[in-house]
Design a protein around this ligand. Sequence first.
Ligand SMILES: COc1ccc(CNC(=O)c2ccc3nccnc3c2)cc1
Length: 328
Amino acid sequence: DLMVDEQSNLPKELSEKYMITKKIGVGVCGEVKLAFERATCKKVALKTINKKDFPASVGTATRSAEREIQILQKIDHPCLIKTKDFFQTDDSYYIVLELMEGGELYDRVKSKQQIKEPIAKLYFYQMLKAVEYLHNNGIIHRDLKPENVLLSSHDDVCIIKITDFNQSKILEESALMRTLCGTPTYLAPEVFTDAVTVGYSRAVDAWSLGVVLFVCLAGYPPFYPNARIGLSVSDQITQGIYTFIPSKWDGISDDAKDVVKKLLRVDPNARLTIEEALQHPWLMDEAMKETAEGIMYPKDPGDADATADPGDADATADPGDATADPGD
Ligand SMILES: COc1ccc(CNC(=O)c2ccc3nccnc3c2)cc1
């Protein structure tokens, strides 16, 4: 199939269109390299996913990579990473992405220790809008963490974009949904009681955003080894046991703490949904929203995402356009 460049085993088409330089990131499924589009000299990120890297589960690696690629090509939101190009060979996928000059939120938190509350709020609002878009389109990310949140620049005020959809799940119409549409004459009671809790798997993203917000504000995670003697990290999580260390949290508002508490609720049914988090008093901050909307949907396409073309700005689906809410 695709001709392969003799020097590197890259597809010829890829090396003709892009000049690939240094490695800038390493993920579970492969690596990210800095590349230049020869025609425009613009910088891009080239993500390589090796199909054969997981001999044992080669099936799942390929399926998750194909799912990631399918999702990456379908989604369109200013705070979700966009695919610019795609190539594949027998053993690898090559995804060309817009380059996020600011790198990972993980490294930003590490270098700043704690992120200033107004900036953490600006980033968190963008994460909520991105995940609201995913959920409205029947997609659950399932792997939200500071390593998967990228920053567009080194400035505090910048766009964030969520990446790495290889753990994500597409919600399809379920057999249970079809069952509940029929007449229940012969239907067992447990099918109804089970149905009450089904449909909450998207709540995992709300929990993860609660952990990400905690880390941004406090500079340490809510759950970690030896946080509580005798409690494993999974025990801390399943019991919802964490500490607001005073020296780290004293300067942080009660509203911010309240959002964290309501996202880190063990019972998914009681946990804030993304929608409810967007209505929380901490996010009722017109100045922050104005800044966020301004960088997410720039009036003059020249600033912010230089890569976005004017059409992108208002092309984003408004949550109301969401597809019918699929079960999960
Ligand atoms: C000019 O050389 C560089 C410019 C920026 C950086 C920081 N950026 C990155 O480290 C980085 C990592 C993963 C990514 N995944 C998708 C899109 N963009 C990404 C950017 C690193 C090097």
